[in-house]
Ligand binder design. Structure first.
Ligand SMILES: *Cc1c(COP(=O)(O)O)cnc(C)c1O
Length: 341
């Protein structure tokens, strides 16, 4: 390891690494893209990404295994999701091969910054697609920038898997019923900043968003997906067109069924029927699996397993997922992509 960072205490913060990948779409085609040491993007003041939110992003991680190799977790799924987001926002799509090769190139070029195995740290990759160029009317851009940059990030949990509490937002939604909730776009995040701030001021980790049409069913846990475990061993997650389809969530649905013998269920999760769950959690690339201690709804805190201890099934799911990501447990076919060093 050439660089010497405080690997155990990285947190989740921007860190300017030596290399990032940038590619331009212009005159109807993508260029080959290249690695650059320039961490700034120059763009027209009239770029649609700046004015009309024509932008999208992704998030995935590279993991250092016990034998020192480096691997990505299902990067093709991030590529496909970025393509779906691009369709919704009328943006130019990035082909899957181009996306995965860009991720690999950035990891390889910054390999010294992939945290050592055992520290809990990972290299977080942030692919970004923005509509640029000289357009001031409300039209899709004709030029795009696709970039992938990276930074080492720490384990989400300092003291192990510690549950936290969340509060239901009835005053704010993150997305509209037929809006862009299922697209990974910055606008959804801009809409979530105020409710997120209020939740944190009130002592909660973040907000539980309900379905925007009826405010009766759980949709998202901050910027992560929700899951609950029932007493009869079902792994339940909400199904709705305004939820961001989490790759972690779909991976857990599969692992819950095939490795842990749970029954996977995607369906409605009514906010007034939380008693059916013996455990609950939030999942996503950044959150990994984050146990939910309790949910505050209309002045009452509903506690699931415990406010201080992770439940046994949540722990099993966490160990299986993280074991696969760090190469300690055999992955289902196609989930792991090795990066040459
Ligand atoms: C990215 C994201 C998630 C998590 O998706 P993963 O693919 O598991 O990282 C969940 N909710 C929202 C709103 C997101 O933007």
């Amino acid at each position: 390891m050439v660089v010497d960072l405080d690997w155990e205490n990285l947190g989740f913060a921007y860190h300017k690494l030596p290399f990032r990948y940038v590619s331009y779409f212009k005159d109807g085609k993508w260029d080959d893209g290249e690695l650059t040491e320039n961490a700034s993007i120059t763009l027209s003041e009239s770029s649609p990404a700046l004015h009309y939110g024509q932008q999208a992003f992704e998030g995935l991680k590279a993991y250092r295994t016990k034998d020192g190799s480096i691997q990505l977790f299902r990067p093709d799924k991030n590529a496909e999701r970025l393509q779906k987001t691009a369709e919704r926002l009328l943006m130019e799509k990035v082909p899957t091969d181009k996306f995965v090769e860009a991720c690999k190139a950035v990891v390889k070029a910054n390999a010294d910054y992939v945290p050592p195995y055992g520290t809990g740290g990972t290299l977080y990759l942030r692919p970004l697609l923005i509509g640029v160029g000289d357009v001031i009317g409300v039209h899709p851009a004709s030029e795009y920038i696709f970039t992938v940059f990276a930074m080492p990030v720490g384990s989400y949990f300092k003291g192990g898997l510690t549950p936290t509490n969340f509060i239901v937002s009835e005053d704010f939604d993150r997305a509209a019923p037929h809006g862009t909730g299922a697209a990974k776009v910055g606008g959804n995040y801009a809409a979530s900043l105020l409710p997120g701030k209020k939740a944190k001021e009130a002592g909660f980790s973040d907000v539980i968003y309900l379905d925007p049409a009826t405010h009766s069913k759980i949709e998202e846990v901050g910027a992560a997906n929700f899951f609950g475990i029932t007493a009869n061993n079902e792994f339940v997650t909400p199904l709705s067109p305004s939820i961001l389809p989490s790759i972690t969530k779909y991976s857990l649905l599969e692992l819950a069924e095939k490795r842990l013998g749970l029954t996977p269920v995607e369906g409605d999760v009514p906010i007034d029927d939380l008693d059916r769950f013996v455990e609950a959690g939030a999942c996503g690339t950044a959150a990994v699996i984050s146990p939910i201690g309790g949910i505050e709804y209309r002045g009452k805190l509903h506690v699931f397993y415990s406010e201080t201890e992770v439940g046994p099934m949540t722990k099993k799911l966490y160990d299986e997922l993280v074991g696969i990501q760090f190469g300690d447990i055999e992955a289902p076919e196609g989930w792991i992509v090795k990066v040459d060093q």
